[in-house]
Design a protein around this ligand. Structure first.
Ligand code: AMP
Ligand code: MG
Length: 394
């Protein structure tokens, strides 16, 4: 059996970052920046008032109370200002440029609010309530680095430095296709021998959570031709494909039957539980990466976490490797098959981790109750209560 780490290494060696693409900044949410973004100007671009009040010369208001003539108003957006002479003040609004000669702003709350003359009751020290040009960003400063995930604040600073378009690695479009003659759409009645289809919903959601776009292609029966036709129909809009089911050792394994003859997808046994039967390769003229995950819901979920999620990171140009782990103390004894790495569903609370009841690979409710996976190494068959274990937080 192939070690888990080697299977991941093979996958990461085969996937490539998607080509960068210029998009409108509104469309960049969730994408990964493919360029360094610098500001062409300082931010703020000019000294301006942090408050509504009066622009003054600090020396003129050192002794208070003092009443001074108000020569006018400066509003946000005003340009071409006259310099402020000694002994004079001007009303100024938040964001308005500071007139030459002024070196402090007296907040309106420290005054009688006068418009022709104003009485100032508190001295404002030099620089008071002034936002200096360049105190956020200097001209030429890089504000976002290549590889940053673009969230709302990043879109904000892109606009703030005047960018309308930006170079990103797009979110990979991932088609999720389930196989199984027993599968019924949720929301439809359940016939004899059938179950509601859950994997495509779960995996498409996992794809979205991983920063990519997940499309459900629904489910097909166990007919290899139907599988292949559906796959072909979706390949055009896919940067990657995930299938579930149909890769085990039984009969009616449509994924294996349809893809094996192509010679571009390898089906292997990976030394793990759950999730031993794995397949990975490329399909179609564009050699789209395909992950053929086992059908048991917990197996397909764990396979996603271990193999697909790192691959989606690599496709987004992000550092990719095995999932991050933490150490915790297990609250009860755990068992694991010899020669396989186990991923036990568990609840992680602070520094302790409790395996959930129901470790079967079909037990999706137990997975839904878990927030972590306990990793039991290949050479361990049991661990006692109190053992320190490695845990993948979900
Ligand atoms: P398979 O890998 O196709 O042999 O399926 C293994 C087990 O997972 C069977 O019990 C299937 O019924 C179940 N299964 C397969 N695909 C799905 C799915 N999309 N949703 C829920 N259960 C599934
Ligand atoms: Mg099946």
């Amino acid at each position: 059996m192939k070690p888990v780490d080697r299977h991941l290494a093979d996958i990461l060696a085969a996937v490539r970052p998607l080509a960068p693409l210029e998009v409108e900044i509104e469309a960049a949410l969730g994408a990964v920046l493919a360029e360094d973004v610098a500001s062409p100007v300082p931010l703020p671009p000019f000294d301006n008032s942090a408050m509504d009040g009066y622009a003054v010369r600090a020396g003129d208001v050192a002794a208070v109370p003092v009443t001074l003539p108000v020569i006018g108003d400066v509003a946000a957006g005003d340009g071409g200002l006259n310099a402020l002479g000694p002994g004079l003040v001007t009303r100024i609004m938040t964001g308005a440029p500071l007139p030459a000669g002024a070196d402090a702003v007296v907040p309106v709350e420290w005054t009688d609010g006068g418009t022709a003359r104003v009485r100032i009751d508190r001295p404002a020290p030099h620089g008071n309530a002034i936002r200096r040009a360049g105190e956020d960003v200097r001209a030429g400063d890089v504000v976002l680095r290549e590889g940053a995930r673009i969230g709302p604040a990043q879109i904000g600073i892109l606009a703030g430095v005047g960018r309308r378009r930006v170079l990103v690695r797009p979110r990979p479009r991932v088609v999720v296709l389930s196989t199984g003659a027993e599968l019924s759409e949720p929301g439809t009645p359940l016939g004899a021998g059938r179950i509601w289809e859950s994997n495509s919903f779960m995996l498409a959601a996992a794809v979205r959570e991983a920063g990519a776009e997940g499309f459900r292609a629904g489910s097909v029966t166990d007919d290899p031709k139907e599988f292949m036709d559906t796959l072909d129909a979706h390949l055009l809009r896919a940067d990657a494909v995930i299938t579930s089911g149909g890769v085990s050792m039984g009969a009616y394994e449509p994924v294996k039957e349809a893809l094996s003859p192509l010679g571009t997808v390898t089906f292997e046994k990976v030394a793990m539980q759950p999730g031993m039967p794995q397949g990975f390769g490329v399909v179609g003229p564009d050699r789209v990466p395909i992950f053929t995950l086992p059908g048991n819901p917990v197996s397909s979920f764990v396979s996603f976490v271990l193999f697909v999620k790192p691959a989606l990171r690599a496709m987004q140009g992000l550092p990719a490797g095995p999932p991050a782990t933490v150490r915790a103390t297990v609250t009860g004894p755990v068992r694991s098959p010899a020669g396989k790495r186990s991923y036990l569903r568990a609840v992680l609370t602070g520094e302790t981790v409790a395996p959930v009841t129901g470790q079967g690979s079909h037990q999706l409710a137990a997975l839904a109750a878990a927030n972590a996976l306990i990793v039991v190494p290949e050479d361990e068959t049991s661990l006692p209560e109190g053992a320190e274990v490695e845990v993948i937080p979900l």
